[in-house]
Design a protein around this ligand. Structure first.
Ligand SMILES: [Zn+2]
Length: 218
């Protein structure tokens, strides 16, 4: 792996931020629900489902509204405001938020994947409120997603906004597209990680993995 990939080159992080900046404008939620409902009803008709069946009545609209909720991170204004504070105590050790639960939707199959994120950073000049780490995971999870991309996006966001000495994100998740279809492997766990800055140092990485209770040696 090139050093650039390990430390996160500026241009790669800029590309991630730029790609994720194309958000849906607010104000036409009702129109969106109507249009998505129409498409959903068309899919159900293709499946020969009786839309007059009491259990299907309202389903297209329910799904449309659910998409707006599950894909909340695609809308303008949903990016968390990250209030940072000066690192007055001069704390330069690891800050870890572990076992942050999340639910997302697989970009390839539009069914859920879900699990936990462990986020760590080592502050330089600024620190961030701990609850924000979970909010950042939530923001990026609320869209059709790849676990790999989610992991990179959270790391990139913190790296860009906090300019810390280092960031590392580990995500462990179960994918229903692996469990319910295809290879059908219930319980399989997919682990991804992304790191920036001083986490390219093996000792730093191992401290993090030990603190989240995972085997060292990555
Ligand atoms: Zn999938």
């Amino acid at each position: 792996m090139a050093m650039d990939e390990l430390t996160g080159s500026g241009s790669a992080d800029e590309a991630i931020q730029r790609r994720d900046g194309n958000l849906i404008a607010r104000g036409d939620e009702a129109g969106l629900v109507t249009r998505i409902s129409g498409h959903m009803a068309a899919i159900m008709q293709e499946l020969n489902l009786d839309l007059e069946d009491p259990n299907f009545q309202g389903t297209p609209e329910r799904i449309a509204r659910m998409y707006l909720e599950l894909f909340h991170g695609l809308f303008e204004g949903s990016e968390p405001t990250v209030t940072t504070f000066p690192n007055e105590e001069g704390y330069h050790h690891m800050v870890i938020e572990r076992e942050i639960p999340f639910y997302s939707m697989c970009a390839h199959h539009f069914i859920p994947f879900y699990g936990h994120a462990h986020v760590a950073y080592i502050p330089a000049g600024t620190i961030v409120g701990l609850s924000k780490l979970a909010r950042i995971v939530e923001f990026y999870a609320r869209r059709p997603q790849l676990q790999e991309r989610l992991t990179e996006q959270v790391a990139s966001f913190l790296w860009t906004k906090l300019a810390p000495m280092g960031v590392m994100v580990v995500i462990e998740a179960r994918h229903l597209c692996v469990e319910m279809r295809g290879v059908k492997k219930p319980g399989a766990l997919t682990t991804t990680s992304a790191l920036r800055g001083c986490f390219s140092d093996r000792k730093v990485r191992e401290e993090f993995l030990a603190l989240i209770g995972r085997k060292t040696g990555w």
